[in-house]
Design a protein around this ligand. Structure first.
Ligand code: AMP
Ligand code: MG
Length: 362
């Protein structure tokens, strides 16, 4: 039902708004647009263009590319006759599936990073994640009788979760899951990866001064063309107030340009078992929700990497997580259950409150 709503909403026209009453001296005007339905989330676009027509064209380009990619990367539904990740899953143990390049690219990207990040983000974990997902669906609306899945049922699925059984054949253009019962879940990476592609393409087409947020997965292009600011301000959600009706507060504001800001947190998708918050990011080593942090935010120039990185860092204890971030050159903020906040040095220098960064022309 939720999906159907999303699909219908995605066919609606972009809502375009002209932001500023005074057109800045630069000759560019600020516009904004938003649309629903891709990756089950809202996509917001703010950017500077010479005319509303230009902006609408660019925003439309982002929208149609995000729609296309969200169909290709969908694990629950198929669209027309096009093969997508669901088709790959449905053919596990049966046959290789011919898919478009964007799917081959995404899967190879995940395989490459799986090696570099100690296997913490494993897109072959589908059978385990499907169990967690079914519990989440069942209890997030009504927590009265909420339960955790049984560990032996989760462990039974482990033999079907090997990345080495995900066979990409570049020459044939196919993907094959070697064992029946396997399935891919690209939820940790696909939204960020798709947002990166869509934003990169529109940047190359000439729309350079923008900020795009796909459900909190933020890509910042060149700074605002208002002749004043030198960067975009991105609020980092305070997990402790995230459940409030107004969306809660920010713990800080990061001032950024030409980079991406992505957060993984326990407040985004969860259900409650008594006092325990059972959320959607599963540590592949315990098969349970990772419980080191309330949230981890990563800043790094590629949104696909940022999405994968925030999930990876979220599943590691702090020392290991910090070492990984530093080795990879990712800026990161960790928010712990007791409210403590830790940041890499580079992150602090981007923050308004902790580091004193400003968005003004320097
Ligand atoms: P994110 O919000 O980007 O941190 O990603 C969370 C989503 O990724 C979940 O909803 C699952 O679909 C998927 N996921 C959760 N844990 C893992 C994991 N360890 N490896 C791969 N995907 C995961
Ligand atoms: Mg992620």
């Amino acid at each position: 039902m939720k999906k159907m709503f999303s699909f219908i909403a995605a066919t609606l026209i972009l809502l375009t708004g002209c932001g500023e009453s005074n057109v800045p001296q630069t000759g560019y005007t600020k516009y904004s647009a938003q649309f629903y339905g891709t990756f089950d989330t809202i996509v917001q676009i703010i950017g500077y263009s010479k005319s509303e027509e230009d902006f609408s064209r660019y925003a439309g380009q982002i929208k149609s590319r995000m729609e296309e990619l969200s169909h290709l990367y969908d694990i629950y539904y198929e669209y027309s006759s096009e093969n997508n990740i669901k088709t790959i899953n449905d053919n596990a143990g049966i046959q290789p599936v011919a898919v478009q390049e964007e799917i081959l690219d995404l899967i190879e990207f995940c395989q490459e990073w799986y090696e570099k990040t100690d296997g913490k983000v494993n897109i072959a974990l589908g059978p385990v994640l499907a169990i967690w997902h079914s519990y989440m669906e069942r209890y997030s609306a009504d927590a009265s009788d909420a339960k955790l899945p049984q560990m032996d049922k989760l462990q039974e699925k482990l033999p079907l979760c090997n990345m080495s059984d995900v066979i990409v054949d570049r020459e044939a253009g196919t993907v094959y899951l070697a064992r029946e019962g396997m399935s891919l879940d690209v939820g940790a990476v696909a939204k960020g990866y798709a947002t990166q592609l869509a934003c990169q393409e529109v940047y190359e087409a000439g729309f350079t001064s923008f900020i795009v947020s796909a459900g909190g997965n933020v890509v910042a292009g060149d700074p605002p063309l208002d002749g004043v600011r030198s960067s975009w301000g991105v609020g980092i959600q305070d997990p402790f107030t995230a459940d409030e009706l107004n969306g809660g507060n920010s713990v800080d504001v990061a001032y950024v340009k030409n980079t991406c800001v992505v957060t993984s947190g326990d407040y985004q998708r969860f259900y409650m078992v008594g006092e325990q918050r059972v959320h959607h990011i599963i540590d592949p080593d315990t098969l349970m929700p990772a419980d080191y942090y309330r949230g981890v935010t990563v800043i790094t120039p590629d949104s696909g990497i940022a999405d994968l990185a925030s999930t990876t860092l979220y599943t590691m204890p702090y020392e290991r997580s910090r070492t990984m971030a530093e080795q990879m050159g990712w800026e990161a903020m960790w928010i712990f259950a007791d409210g403590t906040v830790e940041c890499t040095d580079g992150m602090i220098s981007l923050l308004r409150d902790r580091g004193g960064a400003t968005g003004l022309l320097s």
